[in-house]
Design a binder for this molecule. Sequence first.
Ligand SMILES: [Zn+2]
Length: 88
Amino acid sequence: MKTKSRQKNEKMHGHLLPCCDMCKKTPASGLRGGIKIEKIFLCKECEWKIVAAESNRPDYDNLLKKVKKLWRINLMRQARRRNFIGKD
Ligand SMILES: [Zn+2]
């Protein structure tokens, strides 16, 4: 049963283990396996992909698109939080 194993998985990992917003993987070492930038979390692997990116590489455009998408997620999460807290 797929749903059952997924529930078990969530229970095992709880909410403490972050999920990388770029590759959707959970680093084995949890929060220490990556960095949190405002509202987004990046695993070390993806962090290094961005850090080591060179503009003359063929996959650079693709990476840039992913980073832009991540930043939109970050802004959306911030906006959602603002709506939730402050209603003036
Ligand atoms: Zn990642």
